[in-house]
Design a protein around this ligand. Sequence first.
Ligand SMILES: [Zn+2]
Length: 235
Amino acid sequence: MMRFLACLLLAAGLLPAPVGAQSRDMLADAARAFDESALRLGDDDARPIGVRKWLEPIKLGFDNPSTHPDLVRITREAVRTIAVEAGVPVVDLSASSGANFVVYFDENGVNGKAGYCFANSWWKSWAINRGELRINPTRMRDIDRCTVHEAMHAFGFNSHPHAADSILSYTHGRRALSPLDLHLIHTLYDPRLTLGMKPAPASQLACRMLGERLGAAAAAIEAVCRDRKGPTPAL
Ligand SMILES: [Zn+2]
């Protein structure tokens, strides 16, 4: 009887531990990816910044759509895929007139770097109200990666979580949204994460929501999320 009990205790004490540790690590990685992608100003300026996202419908237009009809379709799909996850309506326009989200097909590249794709976003009172994608048509080898990656920037994920398995990472080479990306989008666009929320509380709340989404144990959520300060500024 005693031996049986000992086995039960051993099982209770040891078996859940690796599972718990795994879910804690997974949550820590996801929370870090959120901090590094959504709560930094950008890669050129890694300072922590509050929550920015779209609230108004996106009016998607193209500067020169007749020159690259295939790219219009691919880019429209990239923007729509993210918008559906974010719960942001998209209105399709035939050109750029009246658009608050404009796509340019720019063969000259940006800053003299041919082959680059690029995104910009502007916000007022923390609500993003204008987006811009510059898609380079010479980048056909991975144009899907280019369009989805840049569209993510324009939705408020302005920086790169390189260690994470995300379309935003340079090191993972994803060409479509990853499961983690879906969690990141749903977290940023959850109404509980309010516009302008400062990096530390936003990081803690986003971490708790990610913990819910990943099915992490309450103790793991508490341990990983309680003292988060937001992204660490680059040295
Ligand atoms: Zn990027």
